[in-house]
Design a protein. Sequence first.
Length: 217
Amino acid sequence: MVSSNDGVSGIADASGVRDEDRFDVEAVRAWLAGEGTELTGEIDVRQFGGGASNLTYSLRDGVHDLILRRPPTGQKAKGAHDMGREYRIQDGLAGTFPLVPEMVALCQDESVIGSEFYVMKRVDGIIPRRDFPDGVSLEEAKTRALCTNALDVLIDLHRIDVDSTPLASMNKGTGYVERQISGWSKRFRDAHTEDFGDYETVMAWLAEHQPEDAAAA
């Protein structure tokens, strides 16, 4: 059985699945079973409203508390919404960065639900947004601590020696700056319309004044 519309989810920011974002939950159940994770009984499916890049869902069966990530529907830029990249980066940080969620499995067979997706275990906690949940308020000292803690976590993340993790295999080598400038210039040209300046002078200047690559992090 599947529940995806009614009732209270018990997870902040998660609610019923939008009609245009539905997927075959039973197909996901069967695929997960083949990957060694069996969801039993009724599956409560919820969708998180925040975030516009990829779609995020909660899957719970009373035993498992999982998160499913998939790309949005419609035409997508090549290389964007890469579920395999999201999965491999987080999986590659396991054992090195304690705050990364535990990955469950990656599905690159688009016949299962119409796109690639991956499943991970949910990390329980409050997601800071513009409006905090009822009953949560921060005075100045706690607000400062929240912000400095976030900065400390980013510092710890960037101190990781990439070459000592599986992420080293994702390194494309030198030329990062050139790839960014040429890639974004191409996207701009591909999306250019007559009512907008061509900015060829700006793109040429950027191409001619590229800084040297810095270390990967």
